[in-house]
Design a protein. Structure first.
Length: 248
């Protein structure tokens, strides 16, 4: 909140560092969802695991904020697209996210050598009541090097075959499976740059043109705050189940 307010007050460019959202594969995903290819979205699932705990600053508060932010931010884009542009019209995407929701967080806690307690392995189940969408997400920074993300509509499903949160220079791939026919379509998005390269080019273009706030698929300032709200709810529920207070 303070960072966004400061950017607005000082009239400077600000973009949250979710670099993958600048990659062309995200533009393709938005196009597919906006066309209604999957039908009405019913559920979303995903996980992101990487053994980075030894490298991460524990004062960054663990896996929810260093890895869980990726599937949560992609879930946000999916809901905004499906219940805004294509599914609900107007500000339906924002209403779906900011409306009634039930959040359940589970996970393990770890404590650093200097006494900071944080979530290490975390699972989130959230039901967006107003649009009847159920999402299940997991993240861990204590093991592995793995990813998964899938969207289930009432007509078809979409599954990423390549890492949506670290799209490479080369091909990014997702598949669409239609339930009735069983047909599977492979969507390949080639790129000469990885996500970091695209983010640099986007920022250069924004700054050169005098734009202060990015456009979708990158997170707008309001998007960043909405994503952070769910991340903090997730963390709060985990700590509550362990009978512990979050250290600020």
């Amino acid at each position: 909140m303070d960072a966004v307010r400061a950017a607005a007050d000082d009239d400077v460019f600000f973009l949250e560092g979710l670099m993958y959202l600048t990659h062309p594969v995200m533009e393709m995903l938005v196009a597919v969802l906006a066309e209604g290819r999957l039908g009405r979205i019913r559920s979303v699932s995903g996980h992101y695991a990487a053994n980075i705990a030894a490298k991460a600053n524990p004062r960054g508060r663990g896996t929810i904020y260093n890895l869980g932010c990726y599937p949560v931010s992609l879930l946000h884009l999916v809901l905004e697209t499906c219940f805004g542009c294509g599914g609900g019209g107007g500000d339906g995407g924002a209403q779906a996210w900011n409306g009634r929701r039930t959040v359940l967080g589970h996970g393990t806690l770890a404590t650093s050598d200097d006494g900071v307690t944080f979530a290490r392995d975390a699972a989130l189940t959230v039901r967006f009541e107003d649009v009847d969408v159920l999402a299940t997400l997991q993240s861990s920074d204590s093991f592995g090097n793995d990813f998964a993300f899938a969207i289930q509509g009432d007509r078809a499903s979409l599954t990423f075959e390549t890492n949506p949160w670290l799209p490479p220079a080369g091909d990014s791939v997702f598949r669409i499976k239609t339930y009735k026919s069983g047909a599977v379509e492979t969507v390949t998005v080639p790129s000469s740059m990885d996500a970091f390269g695209h983010q640099i080019k986007k920022v250069e273009a924004y700054v050169a043109s005098g734009v202060r706030e990015p456009a979708r698929p990158s997170p707008t300032w309001a998007n960043s705050l909405e994503i952070m709200e769910l991340l903090t709810e997730w963390e709060e529920d985990i700590f509550k189940r362990h009978g512990k207070e979050i250290q600020v």
